[in-house]
Design a binder for this molecule. Structure first.
Ligand code: GAL
Length: 467
């Protein structure tokens, strides 16, 4: 409960700050000046006679290399759910980066298929409960990290790594806060996805005489959807064999209808799930469902992206791991596919961050720390994120190494209201996340707004979100 209160406060501050930033009209890309200063400070002051205390520190700093441990060796088990074409290619880039500096460590790639971690998290919990942790695993910050792994003490703090590697100077405070408890950091973030993406098959739309503007309102989408439907084209691609993908369509619609402040209110208890605005979002969501592909429940999220690529449907509301599928298929930004924010969500950035943890009692702790050093490094993030669709968790990545989509997303991250995802574990506890998936499963079939509102209101009360 204490953690829940704390987390809600952090999210409250987060959105307030980001709204202030947006309101001021600034687009701050934190300058990497601090690390440079730090480097300068670390240089022995050759020309100036050193004062007594710094001299002692310098002596210690000089001794350090002599104590350097032998390179890590043995096996390193990395657990994740990155199995789609784009996800696997990006993960492979991380592995290559790691093995460049750790050639003697054999990576055991422990993946459990199922987008969003829908199957992986249960497998992981069984292993953790049985005292058989992988060395490191994929985690979302916020409730998922703290509630499922920090509080039960399945993970160890990595604060020392942050200090040694100078990450506190290059990782936005927003992210550090989402992965800290009592001044200790527990996660090394590798990338930040934008959850409220709305992707489209550019050629298919062109063939149907449709031009998409830079932003899209809910009404504009419905107008386009009608045109497409009349031409025999399925407007919206959904692959909800893992129901989270349909919950994502709802989450994005909630953000679009309520706006960032209203959406945030859902998680601090100030906006009720049976309020008129939420019911209106449910109506809009229900209307969107009338435009989806018939085979949605047979497809996974990435198969839905494939359907879009093949022109079997036109739009897909999905986090920008969808971008990884486009890139993996050899497609080009703004040529083969395009994007806007999910209808009505322009000006907001739904944060879905990915990171890795250090298991408490990791079988190979030394190699795990080296793995985390890789995950947090500029080089690895610059190799991984262009393939994954996410932007770097660090602010000093070289923009020139990223294409049009990533640069657009980086601008959005600096300027827009940052809001937490519930579907990917940040905004609410796991029991609410589960209840949401269950309620969506039913709503997709019966489209009963009243029942949907009751289910979510009850779930929010039971999980301690609502008073
Ligand atoms: C999210 C994760 C992304 C992506 C997506 C689909 O939970 O943060 O990195 O993998 O699931 O599997």
């Amino acid at each position: 409960m204490e953690f829940r209160r704390r987390t809600l406060i952090v999210w409250g501050l987060l959105i307030t700050l980001s709204l202030l930033v947006a309101a001021c009209g600034t687009a701050p890309t934190p300058a990497p000046a601090a690390p440079a200063e730090q480097e300068a400070a670390a240089q022995p002051a050759a020309e100036e006679p050193a004062a007594e205390e710094p001299a002692a520190e310098e002596a210690a700093a000089v001794e350090e290399p002599a104590e350097e441990a032998a390179p890590a060796s043995g096996k390193l088990e990395v657990f994740s759910w990155w199995t789609s074409g784009g996800e696997a290619a990006a993960l492979d880039a991380l592995f290559k980066s790691f093995n460049d500096s750790n050639p003697d460590v054999e990576i055991v790639n422990a993946t459990v298929a199922g987008g969003g971690g829908s199957a992986a998290r249960a497998v992981l919990q069984t292993r953790l409960a049985g005292g058989d942790p992988p060395d490191t695993w994929q985690v979302h910050p916020g409730f998922e990290l703290i509630g499922q792994y920090v509080e039960p003490e399945f993970v160890a703090p990595v604060t020392d790594l942050y200090k040694e590697e100078g990450w506190l100077d290059v990782v936005p405070q927003t992210l550090v806060d989402m992965q800290s408890v009592d001044n200790d950091v527990y996660l090394v973030t590798v990338g930040v996805h934008r959850g409220n993406g709305f992707w489209y098959n550019k050629k298919l739309l062109e063939e149907n005489g449709i031009t998409v503007n830079e932003t899209m309102s809910v009404d504009e989408f419905f107008e386009i959807a009608e045109t497409l439907k009349a031409a025999g084209v399925t407007p919206l691609c959904v692959g909800d064999s893992g129901i989270w993908a349909n919950a994502e369509l709802f989450e994005n619609t909630l953000l679009g209808v309520l706006g960032p402040e209203g959406y945030q209110g859902l998680w601090d208890g100030s906006v009720a799930f049976d309020s008129p605005e939420v019911k209106q979002a449910m109506e809009v969501y229900g209307r969107m469902l009338t435009y989806i592909n018939d085979d949605h429940s047979a497809l996974s999220w990435d198969q839905a992206v494939k359907a879009l690529i093949e022109g079997r449907c036109a739009f897909n509301s999905m986090g920008d791991w969808a971008y990884g599928e486009f890139v993996n298929a050899g497609l080009e930004d703004n040529v083969d596919f395009g994007w806007v924010s999910h209808p009505g969500t322009d000006g907001s950035f739904m944060i879905v961050a990915d990171g890795f943890v250090l298991a408490n009692g990791a079988p190979n702790e030394e190699a795990t720390k080296d793995w985390l050093r890789t995950v947090g490094s500029k080089e690895a993030q610059e190799a991984f994120n262009p393939l994954k669709g996410s932007i770097c968790a660090r602010t000093d990545c070289d923009r020139a190494k990223f294409g049009p989509y990533h640069n657009w997303s980086m601008d959005s991250f600096s300027a827009d209201a940052l809001v937490p995802t519930v579907v990917h574990g940040a905004a609410a506890p796991a029991d609410f996340q589960q209840a949401l998936n269950d309620a969506v499963t039913i709503f997709v079939v019966d489209q009963d707004v009243e029942a949907f509102a009751v289910a979510l209101t009850q779930a929010s009360q039971m999980s301690g979100i609502a008073p």
